[in-house]
Design a protein around this ligand. Structure first.
Ligand code: GLN
Ligand code: ZN
Length: 758
């Protein structure tokens, strides 16, 4: 039968129940039994919700107390040996892997493909062994117990696991010379045991996620695909191999021949791949069509989806399954909670719960005829139409401004070499200028003032006075420390994207639309629903006030268009590139207003430029071109004497240096301390032309760096970058730190600058 199934559901809970329970447990305010129980309740609740929505096969194993990759590591008994744990982890040991302990730093965490979710990176040694580990039978948590739990509730379960190739590929070798692919035979043996055991539990289907198939996978890894799945399918439930986030048409032939019972394709991100599969799709396989967007919050165009599905249904009949495009982990739980959202906008949206109904509606439409879903179709169509023609989303002036942008609007009048001389004449900075990245400690006081203001407990006047006093405080501290280029400290900002989104038209904010970022950490991305413009200046008054307190240059501090785009839910009705340009124009106006207010240095943070890179390298040039253009649109209208800075807080630049250089910021501050300035070698080889502020210490830890340490790093920097191009600054903003350590660290930093000048 054509059925509705699901690839994964958010685990954090509609009220962030899991987050709250985890944090209480870590603080010692909740017992392990209570935590386990809350996990169990959440699973039961959302399994039932999925069943009630009409989902036939319900994912089990998508729940995790911290992360699904870490769950695999636990299940495979592959905790890094450095922790010294036995194969069967206790729950506490599981958390120690994720969060570190007194002896060992946590396992590394990194982004899950191009999402904002982070997973814990498996570590492989020459001696790495895999053994059926934390299975649930001992500690009361783990896959097999969850399957049993679901069965007891009468849930038609489909266990979900990260596939072995993805698990291995996303891990890292910790021994030189080790090639992790060589661990595959050992790994497969344990996967086989797991699958056999699931079969023994009566599971008919298992879903193995292999999202790496959507990357540019090395030939060697593709070459082992067939044998891997041949081995896995020997004594196992039927295997549904799930791909998502991009197309897998390059491997269509291989995938069709694979000894698995079904394939899942993401037809939202990569609709074009369908034609590579459909004509000669094997008659012994299920095709799972991911047609409801699991990555974004827009309501599904049911009519369009039906149009895609109808010929598939004719061709495949019962072998067609319908699903969201990927796990729903990446969208919020339930739109119904958003009682304050504009009614029209709300009608355009669908969160995880609503998406499940969309999937089952599509199944009804296919199997019982369009008439059976006439109401849902007309509602979806009406919503869609109201969106297309809504004055809420369309702004003619913005569209015209974007259309009228020309090459000069994205190019500064004069080349860097000339600009920098003029800037230097105006700014008169010493060699090795010292600065910080923008934020200063967000003390409990500052947070309380913002919260009070937001909730209407204090007046705007009182809020202003208090924020001014925070700025005053930050400026005095910086002057006392002897920094050369000051910042106002960003005390008024809760978040570098939200702060701007709240002041721009075209953005909406939700009350409960949280998605998991990692562990207990959740984010609530703004929703970009309409054409973006800036009704009024956003930062100028704060900057003007801050500058009035000092004779030193004060940096104006803005967030760049790509970062705003990347950390929001974006429109699906116009290209991302167009939205980026709309934001860029708003920032451009802000930049000019700051310039008018005599702010000589303006920093535009692009913290997320790199994470916006598409999964496939062939798509990089196009992305980088529009992303760089958007940045340049922000800053190209200024005088030569206005200095533009940008900041990026990551250290993998090697493959995108031409694009970074093309941004043509006068100064770039970057993260380099954790990589011991290694990164600067790449800037050197590339002959990166403009000024660079390599971060000289890691702000993620309260540790105060010594003068010697900073000096050593700067000497390394001097060896590869001309010294007149170098600035001195921390790695990133200081908002998560406390004043005492910030002052001590910056004092050492400034002392090193003096020493270098001597
Ligand atoms: N200006 C921001 C700050 O200092 C930059 C933050 C970031 O790069 N993530 O907080
Ligand atoms: Zn940063």
């Amino acid at each position: 039968m054509t059925i509705a199934h699901n690839l994964g559901f958010p685990r954090i809970g509609a009220q962030r129940e899991l987050k709250k329970a985890l944090e209480a447990y870590w603080k010692g305010n909740l017992t392990e039994a209570d935590l386990l129980n809350i996990g169990k309740k959440l699973r039961a609740r959302y399994w039932q919700l999925q069943r009630d929505a009409g989902i036939t096969l319900i994912p089990v194993g998508d729940f995790a107390f911290y992360d699904q990759m870490l769950n695999m590591t636990a299940l495979l008994g592959a905790a890094p040996a450095r922790f010294g744990f036995s194969e069967r982890l206790t729950l506490d040991q599981y958390f120690q892997l994720a969060r570190g302990n007194a002896q060992q730093p946590a396992m590394e965490m990194t982004k899950w493909f191009d999402t904002n979710y982070h997973y814990l990176v498996p570590e492989f040694l020459n001696s790495t062994e895999f053994n059926l580990g934390s299975t649930g039978s001992m500690g009361g948590w783990g896959l097999f117990d969850e399957v049993a739990e679901a069965q007891a509730l009468g849930i038609n379960a489909k266990p979900v696991l990260i596939g072995p190739l993805t698990y291995l590929y996303l891990g890292k070798e910790k021994h030189a010379g080790l090639r992790r692919i060589s661990l595959l035979p050992k790994l497969l043996a344990v996967y086989q045991q797991i699958l056999t055991r699931l079969k023994g539990q009566g599971m008919e289907w298992v879903q193995l996620d292999e999202p790496i198939l959507a990357l540019d996978l090395p030939q060697e890894w593709l070459g082992i695909l067939h044998d891997t799945y041949a081995a896995l399918s020997l004594d196992a439930p039927k295997i549904l191999l799930a791909t998502y986030f991009s197309g897998v048409e390059d491997h269509a032939a291989r995938l069709k021949e694979l000894p698995v019972a079904g394939l899942h394709l993401d037809l939202v991100r990569a609709p074009q791949q369908l034609e590579y599969f459909i004509h000669d799709y094997p008659t012994d396989k299920i095709l799972s069509a991911g047609v409801v967007d699991g990555r974004n919050i827009w309501r599904c165009n049911l009519a369009a989806a039906l149009q895609t599905l109808a010929p598939l249904h004719t061709a495949l009949g019962n072998r067609l399954w319908i699903a969201p495009s990927c796990s729903l982990l990446h969208v919020p739980v339930d739109l119904a909670q958003e009682t304050r959202l504009d009614a029209q906008l709300k009608n355009w949206l669908a969160f995880a719960t609503q998406k499940l109904s969309e999937v089952t509606t599509l199944v009804h439409g296919l199997t019982q005829g369009k008439e059976s879903i006439a109401t849902q179709l007309s509602q979806a169509n009406a919503a869609l139409e109201s969106r297309v023609y809504s004055p809420l989303i369309y702004n003619r002036e913005v569209r015209q401004r974007v259309a009228a942008l020309n090459a000069d609007d994205a190019r500064r009048a004069t080349p860097f070499a000339q600009r920098i001389t003029q800037q230097q004449a105006r700014l008169n900075l010493p060699a090795f200028p010292t600065t910080t990245i923008g934020s200063f400690p967000q003390t409990a006081d500052i947070r309380a003032v913002r919260a009070d203001f937001k909730q209407g407990h204090i007046s705007a006047a009182e809020y202003n006075t208090k924020m001014r006093s925070a700025i005053h405080h930050a400026v005095r501290k910086q002057e006392k420390l002897g920094l050369d280029v000051l910042v106002h400290g960003e005390s008024e900002r809760n978040d570098m994207v939200e702060y701007f989104g709240e002041q721009l038209s075209g953005f909406a904010f939700t009350d409960h639309a949280w998605v998991q970022s990692y562990g207990s950490r959740c984010v609530k991305p703004p929703i970009i629903y309409g054409d973006i413009f800036r009704p009024q200046a956003m930062t100028v008054e704060w900057a003007r006030y801050a500058q009035s307190l000092t004779a030193k240059p004060m940096k104006g501090m803005l967030t760049g268009p790509i970062t705003i785009l990347q950390w929001s839910f974006v429109r699906d009705d116009i290209p991302r590139a167009d939205t980026a340009l709309q934001i860029a124009l708003a920032i451009r106006d802000e930049v000019q207003d700051l310039e008018q207010a005599d702010i000589a240095i303006i920093q535009i943070d692009e913290a997320a430029l790199r994470e916006g890179l598409p999964l496939k390298k062939s798509d990089w040039p196009f992305y980088l071109e529009w992303a760089v253009r958007a940045f340049r649109v922000c800053c190209s209208a200024v005088q030569d004497t206005t200095q533009i800075h940008t900041h990026m807080c990551y250290s993998e630049f090697n493959d995108i240096l031409p694009a970074i250089a093309a941004m043509d910021a006068d100064v770039i501050t970057i993260e380099t301390s954790r990589s011991d300035m290694e990164l600067l070698g790449a800037f050197h080889q590339f002959h990166y032309p403009n000024d660079i502020g390599p971060g000289v210490y890691d702000i993620h830890s309260p540790r105060v760096p010594s003068k010697e340490e900073i000096l050593r790093l700067m000497r390394k920097a001097c060896a590869v970058i001309p010294r007149e191009r170098l600035w001195i600054n921390p790695d990133c903003g200081l908002k998560t730190r406390a004043w005492p350590e910030v002052e001590a660290a910056l004092k050492n930093m400034v002392a090193v600058a003096h020493e270098l000048r001597r």
